[in-house]
Design a protein around this ligand. Structure first.
Ligand code: ZN
Length: 269
């Protein structure tokens, strides 16, 4: 049997309506001036205003950074760092899809540890403490909320760089399936397929362990059962919740075993 060392550093808060706990959770962690990192597209869905209302209602002085796109690159992260430096946040909240969560991680890394994104390619290159972070995913797919990696593209070559560090794990992940109802159909389809690929690749990779297999299997069971359902009935909150949990579990499996051939091909492509 493959030996393993298993620890989930992220507290998981799951359920419809759990977004309402965001302000309280941030206060519990001692946040006073969080930086909210959220892609601009989400403002339309009303998620950003809702999060701002909850955080301000809990007495927090929050600033929003939203000047980045899907597949954030190092230049976008650097813009976020410049924005954050002027405002001196004490914490970071990522709200949105994998791009928002990864961008939040990248900004935190460079804000606290300096240097360039490329310096952190690989694992464990942060030498100074990072700011504590909360993840609020609005899609079900990447599982970034369960992982200590940020995938950031090189601004010139567009090559994706996987930058990992134990401190990049979120302190809390708030999984509220209501927030995923606003996903466009194409995002539901692609994100769900990505999560299924994570479940399959973590299950077959040689680095799998007894515990990663547990999460891969449960992720596959949930995702396989509800993938078509969320495409045909996008308002089915229970099915959305199963997809969200499945994506999270697959992310936990990735932390243990990493991925397989399909993702290995995808990054250089
Ligand atoms: Zn993936």
């Amino acid at each position: 049997m493959t030996p393993f060392d298993f620890h989930v550093p992220t507290r998981l808060v799951f359920g419809a309506g759990t977004i309402d706990r965001l302000g309280t959770l941030a206060r519990e962690l001692g946040f006073a001036r969080p930086l909210l990192v959220s892609d601009g597209g989400l403002e339309e869905a009303g998620h950003v205003d809702r999060a701002l209302g909850l955080l301000r209602g809990a007495g927090l002085a929050v600033e929003v950074f939203d000047d980045f796109d899907v597949n954030p690159d190092a230049a976008m992260v650097e813009r976020g760092v410049a924005f954050a430096r002027a405002r001196r946040p004490d914490s970071v909240i990522g709200l949105g899809g994998g791009s928002s969560l990864d961008c939040a991680k990248g900004i935190n890394l460079l804000l606290t540890n300096d240097g360039a994104m490329a310096d952190y390619r690989g694992y464990g290159h942060a030498h100074k403490p990072l700011l504590p972070m909360i993840a609020v995913p609005t899609t079900a797919g990447t599982g970034s909320e369960a992982q200590s990696y940020a995938v950031i593209a090189d601004a010139e070559t567009h090559m994706k760089m996987a930058c990992g560090d134990p401190q990049l794990a979120f302190r809390v992940a708030v999984l509220d399936p209501d927030l995923t109802l606003s996903q466009p159909a194409a995002v539901t389809a692609a994100g769900g397929f990505d999560a299924i690929a994570h479940a399959v690749e973590t299950a077959v990779t040689k680095r799998r362990t007894a515990i990663s297999t547990l999460f891969s299997r449960e992720a596959f069971r949930l995702l396989n059962a509800k993938y078509e359902r969320v495409l045909d009935h996008p308002d089915d909150v229970a099915a959305r919740g199963a997809m969200q949990l499945g994506a999270f579990y697959a992310g936990v499996a990735i932390e243990q075993s990493m991925l397989g051939a399909a993702h290995a091909c995808a990054n250089p492509l």
